[in-house]
Design a binder for this molecule. Structure first.
Ligand SMILES: [Zn+2]
Length: 340
């Protein structure tokens, strides 16, 4: 892919995907290593703000460089998740726009708890196994100064934002990855900022949400037809990857239904699922988490994972996949996403 300017910061690399439109790509090391982006047109807009203020400040600096001292008038968050909205404090002078459901959903994430987990580190005997797992995933982040910034505008329908002579459409596509998903589409530039509606390694939260998620991917493929897609995590991509993501979810749904019975546990079910076409994704064993959620939601149980049990299950799954698929599993390279 051909890019315009490239701005390299220590944590984030900014690729100009259309004139004045930048994708901010983080190395994809694991959970929370998210992307964002900004548009230097009209009054300026930021889409997502990363997990901590250090990453968000790099985007603010890049915006200042490109706009000769400006600051963006708008922030749009793709959804509520910490790794897409906790940098908002850096842009709190902007008008912050979120989906109406984000304020409810975000209550499942606790800044003080996560900050503590990161500070104690991945080897702390004071931490539970679930907390040590998160600390390892979050190594490289620092939540100092993070505060939840309330949105100025909450939407539950599509809106258009005019940035000078550039039209930006915000599409409400929830529920898909979450109940608060907003896509940003630039029709003239054919650039789609997709948040976590598109990313390899995705987790689904309910059968209903997953089925709707497939419909959203269909709409991207058949109607929106972007040329450039900035995913919530991982490398800038195009429709080929959106199709691959749809296949992943369809495969998950059909395999889940094929192997489900009332007695089966999540780990046994995950092991029966054929994921041979997705072994190049980051941490293919993550599939366990989605299966666990789908299984519990089917049985009417609270669907969120019991995090203290997750690390051992993922280890088990990883060893199982290594045995089943051998060297078909390629080691994941977090820096591959920075390739030009
Ligand atoms: Zn994310």
């Amino acid at each position: 892919m051909k890019y315009g300017r490239i701005i390299q910061k220590p944590r984030v690399k900014f690729f100009e995907v259309a004139n004045g439109v930048f994708a901010g790509i983080s190395p994809y090391r694991g959970i929370s290593w998210a992307n964002a982006g900004f548009i230097n047109k009209g009054e300026g807009l930021v889409y997502d703000t990363f997990f901590d203020l250090f990453h968000a400040r790099e985007m603010r600096e890049a915006f200042i460089e490109v706009s000769n001292g400006g600051s963006p008038a708008y922030v749009v968050n793709s959804h509520y998740n910490s790794d897409h909205a906790w940098g908002n404090k850096v842009f709190e002078d902007a008008c912050i726009i979120m989906h109406k459901e984000a304020s409810r959903e975000r209550l499942t994430e606790n800044i003080a708890w996560m900050d503590n987990v990161i500070r104690r580190g991945k080897d702390s005997p004071e931490s539970t196994s679930g907390e040590r797992f998160f600390a390892a995933e979050f190594e490289g982040f620092d939540l100092e100064g993070v505060e939840w910034v309330l949105p100025n505008i909450e939407i539950k329908d599509d809106i258009n934002i005019r940035l000078g002579d550039t039209e930006v459409m915000i599409y409400n596509v929830a529920p898909a990855h979450s109940d608060s998903d907003l896509l940003l589409w630039m029709p003239k530039e054919k650039v789609l900022f997709a948040g976590d509606v598109v990313f390899n390694g995705c987790t689904a939260y309910s059968e209903e949400g997953t089925l709707n998620w497939v419909k959203v991917l269909d709409r991207i493929i058949d109607e929106i037809k972007p040329e450039i897609v900035v995913p919530g995590h991982g490398a800038i991509c195009g429709l080929n990857f959106v199709k691959e993501q749809r296949d992943y979810l369809l495969n998950l749904i059909s395999e889940f239904n094929k192997h489900y019975n009332d007695e089966i546990d999540a780990l046994s079910l995950t092991k029966q699922i054929d994921i041979s076409r997705f072994l190049h994704w980051i941490q293919p064993e993550r599939l366990y988490v989605t299966v666990d959620i789908l299984l519990k939601s089917k049985r009417g149980l609270p669907p969120l994972p019991i995090w203290n049990e997750v690390p051992a299950k993922l280890e088990d799954m990883k060893a199982f996949l290594a045995g089943k698929y051998g060297n078909q599993i390629k080691p994941w390279d977090p820096m591959s996403v920075w390739k030009e």
